[in-house]
Design a binder for this molecule. Structure first.
Ligand SMILES: [Mg+2]
Length: 284
């Protein structure tokens, strides 16, 4: 309980009182595979009582926002579209912010990613050497075909900007297979073309958290990023200047957190203990 654990450093306690919004990693933080942690719904209810906002965040751009909202609803979490931020949203915000001239895209991505890009106003081009894109977007494409992979390489070779939605090499699975993710597809394109991607969005790039700050007019000191991985969730928090809160319900252990540089701002067993701390500091 709060009396003994977690040990809160002076720096962390100073930050806790300023938190206005919580960004939540999903797998390993809110649920494991498809099973919701029993701490999740009480934690979300507490945030609401304390008047703190929250956003669910994922590196996986293969499902559209609507598909993620349906998945959460199936677990008993009723979220709205503006409470979800995926690496597809980070890619869209990156293009609009940094490359406003880019309109026509050649995309290696699922229908979910393509839907998000189309809804954001981009034109998605067919696999046709006469249809010249402004940029190539590479996602976690579970619908990948060899001709489209080759066409993407062709456009990259022609010097078109090349943007990867997320750096993950594989997507975790308990099935007897390896789910080849965006990072590995990107690596194939790099080897084939000799060109590196212009940008790789998704964690640990801070773009997702910056997008959330922008969406809610917040500053980094108002934001806590909660996740179970050191080299993605916690590194992203650090790079964005947000408070990094590691939960021990997923990948990282307390011992690994001790050794990681930089250390998370706070390490808690589950969302419940983080909720207790938010409540204690909100009351001060
Ligand atoms: Mg996770």
């Amino acid at each position: 309980m709060l009396l003994d654990f977690p040990a809160v450093s002076a720096k962390a306690s100073e930050r806790l009182g300023r938190i206005r919004h919580v960004a939540l990693d999903m797998d390993g933080t809110v649920y494991m595979d498809k099973a919701l942690f029993e701490t999740a719904i009480p934690f979300l209810q507490l945030l609401k009582r304390l008047g703190l906002g929250h956003t669910f965040l994922t590196n996986n751009p293969s499902k559209s926002a609507a598909e993620y909202l349906t998945q959460l609803k199936g677990m008993g979490i009723h979220a709205t579209a503006d409470q979800l931020y995926t690496s597809a949203h980070a890619t869209i915000d990156f293009l609009k912010g940094k490359h406003p001239q880019v309109r026509r895209l050649f995309v290696l991505g699922t229908p979910g990613l393509c839907d998000e890009l189309t809804a954001a106003g981009f034109e998605l081009l067919p696999d046709d050497p006469a249809a010249t894109p402004d940029a190539v977007i590479v996602g976690f494409d579970q619908t990948l075909t060899y001709p489209r992979l080759c066409r993407a390489a062709w456009w990259i070779k022609q010097g078109k900007p090349f943007i990867a939605t997320n750096p993950d090499l594989v997507c975790p699975t308990d099935k007897p297979t390896v789910l080849v993710d965006c990072g590995a597809i990107t690596a194939a394109l790099e080897r084939a073309t000799g060109r590196r991607p212009h940008a790789v969005l998704g964690k640990p790039d801070p773009a997702m958290l910056r997008g959330i700050l922008l969406r809610h007019s917040l500053t980094p000191e108002n934001l806590a990023m909660v996740g179970d991985r050191l080299y993605t969730d916690m590194d992203m928090a650090h790079r964005a200047g947000a408070m990094g809160v590691l939960v021990l319900t997923g990948e990282a252990t307390a011992a690994e957190a001790q050794k990681h540089v930089p250390k998370p701002d706070l390490v808690v067993p589950t969302l419940a203990e983080f909720g207790e701390l938010l409540q204690a500091y909100a009351a001060r």
